[in-house]
Write a protein that binds this ligand. Structure first.
Ligand code: FAD
Length: 321
């Protein structure tokens, strides 16, 4: 039996979440005494795929057909399922990313497998049953899912699993799967992200701001702080509703859920709906001029002060470190 991990790429490059998935799958393979096989789809150079060796991957199936350069959920899911069947995979691991959230249920349906999405730690095993811990009810509770089907699909939340190295040498093996033309024929609207921007769901540091900043013209200081920290930027819902920032930055119950190592909240009150999307951050820093702001109750560090004074000073201090 094997453990198959699907490795996502962004414009041909592998991001931290791909290595996290590989390291996580390696740990599951070690738990079960199974071999680990990675699958890459699209146009990724061999040298990039070989980086997976650092995390214990010894074999990478590389599906690099020209018609697969563009991500298409149905086609990619069919290829992952085909690779899982070929390798007789007992567990298929994916990242719980934007694309992973769409792929995992399709892959599970094709393999007649149970799905545990958004795992936050390694599974434990009770015979053939796999127990997976995840968050539930907008991060207010933990849930344990038990998957008993012979084949299992599991997706890993970003930043939930520490990258563990177990150096090996990764052999790249071409993989050609029949792709149904219907699976490729979707109308795509491609939204091109600025390449120098850090992806919010996977960011290790997030600098987020709310209505306390008064207007979009004041976001330069948020971006400057994010720049010196190598962070992604985010915002509260009213800010994106007002069009001050794009909706892709809105975090919370109705937006993106993030779990970075550091979340800096500037001029955000800390409403329950906002906290639902950020409370699993490892360290929370709150900057707010109102000492009674609810966000301080969940903060690890708090600065009571005017953001317009505090943020530039903080940026300067970090720049001078
Ligand atoms: P405000 O509540 O207006 O808070 C602004 C804060 O800035 C205040 O605490 C104030 O003290 C501080 N401030 C003002 N000036 C300064 C200054 N100069 N320096 C420092 N601090 C200053 N919200 C989300 O964010 N995400 C969601 O997903 C979400 N989903 C929702 C779903 C539902 C069904 C509903 C009903 C609401 C949802 N909301 C969501 C809205 C949420 O309830 C709050 O209204 C919202 O989070 C408040 O945004 P805010 O903190 O930016 O603004």
């Amino acid at each position: 039996m094997a453990i198959l991990v699907y490795i996502e790429n962004t414009d041909g490059g592998l991001k931290k979440s791909a290595f996290e998935a590989a390291a996580y799958a390696k740990a599951i393979a070690d738990q079960k005494g199974d071999t680990l096989v990675a699958l890459s789809i699209g146009d990724v150079a061999d040298a990039e795929l070989q980086k997976l060796g650092k995390y214990g991957v010894t074999k990478v199936l590389n599906a690099s057909q020209a018609n697969l350069k563009q991500f298409v959920n149905k086609a990619y899911a069919a290829i992952i399922a085909a690779a899982a069947k070929q390798e007789q995979a007992s567990v298929v691991v994916l990242s719980n990313s934007f694309s992973g959230k769409g792929l995992a249920p399709r892959v599970a349906a094709k393999l007649d497998a149970g799905l545990a999405d958004g795992a936050i730690s390694l599974p434990s095993w009770n015979g053939n049953d796999m127990e997976v811990k995840k968050t539930a009810f907008s991060n207010k509770a933990f849930a344990t899912e038990i998957i008993s089907s012979p084949v299992k699909v599991i997706s890993l939340s970003p930043n939930a699993y520490e990258l563990k190295e177990s150096p090996a040498s990764a052999e790249i093996v071409p993989f050609t799967a029949d792709v149904n033309a219907n699976d490729l024929s979707v109308v795509l609207k491609e939204i091109v992200r600025a390449t120098d921007k850090i992806s919010l769901p996977e960011a290790e540091i997030v600098v987020s701001a709310g209505r306390g900043l008064k207007g979009p013209e004041n976001w330069a200081m948020v971006e400057e702080l994010a720049d010196v920290l190598g962070a992604a930027t985010a915002c509260s819902k009213p800010v994106s509703d007002a069009g001050w920032r794009p909706h892709s930055e809105h975090v919370g119950q109705t937006g993106i859920v993030v779990s970075p190592n550091l979340y800096i909240a500037i001029g955000i009150s800390g409403a329950i709906q906002h906290l639902a999307g950020v409370s699993s951050s490892k360290t929370i820093v709150v900057i707010n001029k109102d000492p009674e702001a609810p966000f301080f109750k969940v903060a690890d560090y708090g600065i009571v002060g005017d953001a317009f004074e505090v943020v530039p000073k903080l940026t300067e201090a970090i720049r001078n470190l």
